[in-house]
Write a protein that binds this ligand. Structure first.
Ligand SMILES: [Zn+2]
Length: 204
């Protein structure tokens, strides 16, 4: 009986802490949003935020992988395929926003447009992340939105795309240039994921 109990422990640990894939938006030749003065490229900030988020989630006991860990180009198809093949439990795509209207600011999170069970659960994930993220950063909430983005419709697990702030807004980009602020974003994302996972596990 004792041996049987020991045998089951690893299984319980893995089932309660799903593998998380973090996808830092853009990379390599794909710069994402670009600000000329001061020079800022979206791909750099998504990567730094992804590394911080990975670190926080690992401290919480999660297994975490990145679709890219350095500055190189990777297609959307490949990002999705590696997460699907690894049977990830959660997919987080991290981005920074831009808008011709420089006053636009705040955080918004996207789920797949098509309504099905997976996008319903993704919306719960998005709600948890948005709450933690806005309380950590004090940024404005622009709500949860639905879109037909490839990384959201082709992934086979709960998936969200986080627009973590506007590079085109002068005061928000000043914050994004600070490592401490990116750490707040990463901490907010991690806490939201953890709350979501705990709420799913309590329903089992
Ligand atoms: Zn982007």
């Amino acid at each position: 009986m004792r041996y049987l109990f020991l045998f089951f422990i690893p299984y319980l640990v893995y089932s309660s802490k799903p593998l998380i894939y973090i996808d830092p938006g853009h990379g390599g030749l794909d710069l994402g949003a670009v600000i000329k003065k001061p020079r800022m490229e979206e791909k750099r900030y998504t990567l730094i935020t992804a590394h911080y988020t990975k670190r926080y989630l690992e401290k919480m006991g999660y297994r975490v992988s990145l679709t890219r860990s350095r500055d190189f180009f990777i297609s959307l198809r490949r990002r999705v395929d590696i997460a699907n093949r690894a049977r990830a439990g959660i997919f987080l795509s991290i981005h920074y926003n831009s808008c011709p209207n420089k006053k636009a600011s705040g955080i918004e999170i996207y789920c797949n447009k098509k309504i099905n069970r997976c996008s319903y659960i993704s919306k719960l994930l998005a709600k948890n992340i948005l709450n933690s993220l806005t309380s950590r950063t004090k940024a404005k909430s622009r709500g949860i939105r639905r879109a037909n983005y490839f990384v959201l419709k082709a992934t086979k697990m709960p998936a969200v795309l986080i627009e973590s702030g506007f590079l085109t807004n002068p005061s928000e980009r000043n914050l994004i240039r600070q490592r401490e602020y990116l750490q707040k974003i990463a901490r907010g994302i991690s806490e939201g994921v953890d709350k979501f996972v705990k709420s799913r596990n309590s329903k089992k």
